[in-house]
Design a protein. Structure first.
Length: 73
C-alpha cells in the first residue's frame, strides 16, 4: 500500500480515525494511536474564533448607560 500524500512511498500504517494509509513522514503518533495530520489536529483547519472587540464593549456600555439615564429621568 502507498501513502495517500506521497504515492512514491510505502505506507507504514493507517490513521486510526479516517483509515488513510500513511508513510513515516505523514504518520503522527499519539498515545491514543496513529493519526494523519488532519485527524491529529482537528482544530487546526477551523478558523480561530475572534474575541469581541474592545470598542464594541465600550459602545454597548455607553448605550446601556444612556438608556438607563433616560429611564430614571
Amino acid at each position: 500500500m502507498k501513502c495517500v500524500n506521497h504515492p512514491d512511498r510505502a505506507a507504514l500504517g493507517y490513521c486510526s480515525r479516517c483509515g488513510k494509509a500513511l508513510c513515516p513522514e505523514c504518520l503522527v503518533r499519539l498515545s491514543t494511536g496513529n493519526f494523519c495530520e488532519a485527524c491529529a489536529n482537528p482544530g487546526a483547519a477551523a478558523r480561530p474564533r475572534r474575541p469581541i472587540p474592545w470598542w464594541l464593549i465600550v459602545l454597548a456600555a455607553a448605550v446601556l448607560f444612556f438608556l438607563l439615564r433616560l429611564a430614571i429621568h
